[in-house]
Design a protein around this ligand. Structure first.
Ligand code: THU
Length: 138
């Protein structure tokens, strides 16, 4: 568990962004809305939702939507991610892996759609001994 306090206003802002994003989830197949809010090192916040597809594997999770939005805007480092789902689920392995590429020490908070927080961990706790860029010889 991560213990350093997050200012209330910061947490509220990210929860609001994530909850608003979850309302845009395109989920005709699962009916499981997910919203994410990812904060970059410069303080910018990127929202994302899951976007499903009739060809199921083509779907994308909320966390990766937020990440690719941010990276495509030039961001490369992140310090905080808030994910909301109806049962406060934790990010899938593919999302953990993609986030690990940029910020292994990212702080990751899960909450339900009312903003009740369930967990608070670093990404490296959730993906121990992750495979990052420094594993590849150059
Ligand atoms: N989903 C996410 O958006 N994030 C996760 O970390 C777990 C799963 C989405 C994918 C799919 O649209 C729905 O939730 C059910 O798996």
């Amino acid at each position: 568990m991560t213990t350093q306090p997050i200012p209330d206003a910061t947490l509220r802002q990210l929860l609001d962004v994530a909850i608003a994003a979850a309302r845009n989830a395109y989920i005709p197949y699962s009916n499981y809305p997910v919203g994410a809010a990812l904060r970059a090192a410069d303080g910018s916040v990127y929202g994302g939702c899951n976007v499903e597809n009739a060809a199921y594997p083509a779907s994308i999770c909320a966390e990766r939507t937020a990440l690719v939005k941010a990276v495509s805007e030039g961001q490369r480092a992140f310090d905080l991610l808030v994910v909301v789902t109806k049962n406060a689920g934790s990010p899938c392995g593919v999302c953990r892996q993609m986030l690990y590429e940029f910020s292994p020490e990212l702080r990751l908070i899960t909450a339900d759609l009312d903003g009740n927080i369930r967990s608070d961990n670093s990404l490296s706790e959730l993906l121990p001994d992750g495979f990052g860029p420094n594993r590849l010889p150059r």
